[in-house]
Design a protein around this ligand. Structure first.
Ligand code: ADP
Ligand code: MG
Length: 291
């Protein structure tokens, strides 16, 4: 099972959108997929309630980080497509109490360490049941980010070309819980796939921001195989699909405007999946093809 963390220290940039749409695309290609919602807002959890294709595990994300879980009691592997749902409690029971020490296996241990350990055990125990696990990150840099980055194989960071978002890129890369730091100190296998500019508009402002970023930190962007920075344009179809709980590929079947949107997104997803090097025999049973 390859673990992809979709995260960046900023909200509203497309983390949940990419999580949901990529999970469904990978599932439709035949991969066994587990989605994990690390954000208390639960936008990904809500999307899959509307969508209905992913079977929720019988425990929520904050339950598996503080309990030993027998995976066969919680639907793991059922239908090859599951979601470990958010329950809105992450902040209350972990983030705000990360340094609180409690008795654990006869020792006083910080809650953050206990959660880290249980979550690592959880991922190990489900490993054989999925090809791909996508973790949707919170819009902050807290203990959840450290836990996810120490255990992930790869990271994708959607961004918007706004000043605020660009400032967040620096902590996403170089902060104490930044990708490069976690890679050096804890997780050498961690592969930063790069920043993905999302909701890009054909304006001078966005063009200039991209040129400037490309010159300064171009090597940290998601690029195609020719080294060109990949972009996702601002498209109403994306917002609609997320709201309705459907894929952009589905919408593109009846809506010609959505076709080019899906073409852009699909190109990005194909590159992300290729970089993850999922080594499985995919039975492409119900691939969604768009003309
Ligand atoms: N490329 C896009 N074009 C138009 N709207 C988008 C695009 N990507 C995301 N959105 C919309 O932007 C909003 C924020 O996206 P979301 O994925 O929830 O962000 P995050 O998870 O980073 O907070 C959502 O309403 C979503 O539908
Ligand atoms: Mg989100």
């Amino acid at each position: 099972m390859k673990i992809l963390y979709i995260g960046v220290q900023k909200g509203g940039v497309g983390k949940s959108t990419n999580t949901c749409q990529l999970a469904l695309y990978a599932r439709n290609l035949g991969y066994r997929v587990l989605v994990i919602d690390f954000d208390d807002q639960g936008n990904t959890t809500k999307f899959f309630k509307r969508n209905g294709e992913a079977v929720p595990l019988a425990k929520t994300v904050t339950e598996v980080i503080f309990q030993t879980t027998d995976i066969f009691d919680i639907n793991v592997g059922v239908s090859g497509f599951n979601i470990l749902e958010a329950d809105g409690q992450f902040n209350n029971i972990l983030v705000e109490q990360a340094r609180v020490k409690v008795q654990h296996e006869g020792e006083l241990t910080e809650k953050s360490s206990i959660a880290h350990q249980y979550f690592a055990n959880f991922l190990t125990s489900v490993d054989a049941h999925y090809d791909l696990c996508i973790i949707d990150g919170p819009p902050s840099l807290d203990i959840r980010v450290t836990i996810a980055l120490t255990l992930a194989d790869a990271v994708l960071s959607p961004i918007q070309l706004s000043q605020e978002s660009i400032e967040g890129m620096s902590s996403t890369l170089y902060g104490q819980r930044g990708v490069l730091n976690i890679k050096t100190v804890f997780n050498a296998k961690l592969n930063f796939l790069g920043f993905l500019p999302n909701m890009v508009e054909a304006t001078d402002k966005h063009r200039e921001a991209l040129t400037e970023l490309g010159e300064r930190i171009g090597e940290h962007f998601l690029t195609d195989n020719e080294g060109r920075i990949l972009l996702m344009p601002l498209r109403q179809a994306v917002r609609e699909c997320q709201k309705e709980g459907i894929t952009i590929a589905q919408l593109a079947k009846t809506n010609t405007m959505a076709r080019s949107t899906w073409a852009s997104m699909r190109k990005i997803f194909d590159i992300v999946l290729a970089r993850l090097q999922l080594e499985v025999d995919v039975e492409s049973t119900h691939v969604e093809t768009i003309g």
